[in-house]
Design a protein around this ligand. Structure first.
Ligand SMILES: [Zn+2]
Length: 84
């Protein structure tokens, strides 16, 4: 995103909300693909809390919702792994 402050106006030159939403959706998908399975047993069927996590492009993101796996392991979504 660039901002032009010439002649006293603030103009966002190359900000496309649809493109931005797409990038966020892609980044979120990549994050959740990498945080899918229980790190102990590799199971995907775990209960989760669904607190909203705000995602900003280019900033570190960690989903801190809790999960409880059927193997007895529990933690936060950020600890889940892409696979064992
Ligand atoms: Zn497990």
């Amino acid at each position: 995103m660039r901002i032009n402050r010439q002649d006293g106006t603030v103009q966002i030159l190359d900000y496309d909300p649809a493109e931005n939403r797409k990038k966020i959706a892609e980044a979120k998908r990549a994050y959740y693909d990498a945080h899918k399975y229980c790190p102990k047993c590799g199971n995907k069927n775990h209960g989760q809390t669904y607190m909203a996590c705000i995602f900003h492009l280019g900033e570190p993101f960690a989903d801190e919702n809790r999960f409880d796996c059927s193997c007895g392991h529990s933690g936060i979504v950020d600890e889940l792994v892409a696979g064992l």
